[in-house]
Design a protein around this ligand. Structure first.
Ligand code: ADP
Length: 546
């Protein structure tokens, strides 16, 4: 027997329609690239998105065409996304922090035809465009008055948009059609294209807003610092309008002072960003003595959120940290560290023991850890294995068929992360499969060591890599960036770590550096570090035996 309910395709256009109808005057506030703070509303954003769709069609773009965006988080970028998706196009976010050749490679792979670009990136596009033959139009997200002098086939967004009247209907699509694309950074091998569908974006937003996930509502003011070009802005460009939350878009400025200004003047209740951004904000707050009276919670992910950061937010600013884990291939949310009743009454350090874990999956994500034979490992909070996931917003393939080995027949996607899961379902990442240190046949988690080291008050940043060792194959080397004006010694740092981890996990040496290299998405670039220290001689060959 069939159900007798309506077909209501899960299309992204329905999200902006809903926001404009139920929350028409809710604001989207942006720090514009030109400088001033500008304000618009969901009603206005929808009517401009309709114009984007209409105007793109008039330029000859059609259903399925990939339209690149190289832009910061602003209302214009958001309108462009909804306009592109509404005419059946596929928004393709490009990460400006990649090398120009990598961006050109990605654009060629996706065959981008048109590009929306912020003023900041015009010089970058001038370098890239000659290498991308499919690209025939560049829309600069500004007005004629601010147009730069360029040889690109470029038009100013505002004037281009003004040529449309917005009398347009969203294209009637199949919910399984592509809505967006994002390439993973490709720290190993070529970047791989993730293709989101309308259905997966809508379901992902529904998953994200759940109370035990991001817990978003129309009473929230959300400041997505995480860029739309980084893993889909963690879905916030869809989940915020889905609940009618006010949005505050930080544009190009993500330093502590700029983020603080927006958090404060717009009274943001919730924000999301990678740990490095929060490090800058916390430093700014420490220097200025300012507080965060409006902010209730921050979602922190992309790389492990250090315990000390969660503690500082909680104890000094009364802000709840929700540690989250995910990846581009998962739209990207995988787990969030909200509290089940089993843990809800914990306080102090006991609470932090749970908050440093990456959390548990909301409805819509299935998860397991397996051994090398693909057998599931127990949920005991210590036995680690390869982390595998499946769900309606998880990739089932990469664009063009790359990386087939990461997908199995039962639909599980191998994340490349190593993790354990505890008795209540809380997952903790212990490493990337390729970063884990294998010492005498046992695994050492580099992330655990890094988290511990950054807890030292004089340490600004820490990275751990495996260094070749005659007897143990590999031993951990701790690389540290000191806080400005502080001068901790190796012995002080090791002394701080002692007793908090198994003895055989203790780094064999500590080196101090001025900076640690980061990937385009703000993660520690372990490959570069390993290269830099590949001939490093550990102090004593017997150190590992201790
Ligand atoms: P990119 O490599 O382009 O940054 P993603 O943003 O998709 O790609 O990165 C996903 C990876 O980031 C995960 O597989 C995991 O290794 C790491 N990661 C994300 N969130 C966390 C977290 N909270 N703790 C530890 N690692 C994380």
């Amino acid at each position: 027997m069939q159900g007798l309910m309506q077909e209501w395709p899960l299309l992204c256009s329905k999200i902006i329609d809903y926001a404009a109808r139920q929350h028409p005057r809710r604001e989207i506030v942006s720090r514009s690239i030109e400088g001033p703070i500008v304000r618009t509303t969901y009603a206005e954003a929808r009517s401009r998105a309709l114009k984007v769709a209409q105007r793109l069609e008039r330029d000859g773009y059609r259903r399925g065409d990939r339209i690149g965006t190289l832009a910061w988080n602003t209302a214009r970028h958001l309108e462009a996304w909804y306009g592109i998706m509404g005419m059946g196009g596929v928004y393709h976010t490009l990460n400006p922090r990649l090398f120009p050749d990598q961006i050109a490679w990605i654009m060629n792979h996706a065959e981008d035809k048109c590009l929306f670009v912020d003023l900041t990136f015009v010089p970058l596009v001038e370098k890239i465009a000659p290498k991308v033959p499919s690209l025939n139009k560049v829309i600069i997200l500004t007005d004629a008055a601010h147009m730069p002098d360029t040889k690109l086939p470029a038009v100013p967004y505002e004037e281009w948009l003004a040529e449309a009247d917005g009398d347009y209907e969203w294209v009637d699509l199949d919910e399984h059609e592509a809505a967006g694309m994002c390439y993973t950074s490709g720290t190993t091998g070529d970047p791989k294209g993730v293709v989101y569908s309308h259905r997966s974006n809508v379901l992902h937003a529904l998953i994200a807003v759940q109370p035990d996930a991001m817990g978003l509502s129309s009473r929230d003011t959300i400041l997505p610092v995480v860029p739309m070009f980084h893993a889909n802005a963690w879905g916030l460009a869809q989940s915020a309008p889905m609940v009618g939350a006010k949005m505050v878009m930080p544009g190009a400025k993500m330093d502590g002072a700029s983020i603080y200004e927006l958090l404060d003047t717009e009274k943001a209740t919730c924000s999301g960003a990678v740990p490095t951004v929060w490090l800058m904000l916390l430093q700014y707050l420490e220097e200025t003595g300012k507080k965060l009276p409006y902010l209730k919670k921050v979602v922190i992910g992309g790389s492990a959120c250090p315990r000390a950061m969660t503690r500082k937010f909680r104890d000094d600013y009364d802000v709840d940290v929700i540690h989250a884990w995910g990846m581009t291939e998962m739209s990207p949310l995988g787990t969030l560290g909200t509290m089940k009743p089993e843990y809800a009454s914990l306080t102090g350090e006991d609470q932090l023991d749970i908050k440093v874990k990456q959390g548990y999956p909301p409805f819509g994500v299935e998860m397991k850890v397996t051994d090398d034979e693909d057998l599931e490992r127990p949920w005991d909070g210590k036995t680690f294995g390869r982390l595998k996931v499946r769900g309606p917003a998880v990739s089932r393939a990469y664009y063009g068929g790359a990386g087939k080995e990461q997908f199995d027949e039962a639909g599980w996607f191998d994340t490349g992360d190593v993790a354990h899961i505890d008795q209540y379902g809380y997952m903790q990442i212990t490493d990337r499969a390729k970063d884990v240190i294998k010492s005498g046949g046992e695994w050492i988690s580099t992330i655990d060591l890094e988290n511990l080291a950054v807890g030292h008050p004089d340490v600004a940043e820490a990275a751990v890599i495996g260094v070749r060792h005659a007897r143990w194959d590999e031993r951990p080397l701790l690389v540290v960036v000191r806080k400005a004006g502080r001068n901790p010694s190796k012995a002080e740092i090791l002394g701080f770590m002692e007793g908090k981890i198994a003895k055989w996990w203790m780094p064999d040496d500590v080196v101090f550096v001025d900076d640690i290299p980061h990937t385009a998405t703000g993660k520690i670039q372990k490959t570069t570090l390993r290269d830099r220290f590949k001939d490093y001689q550990l102090p004593t060959e017997e150190a590992g035996a201790a």
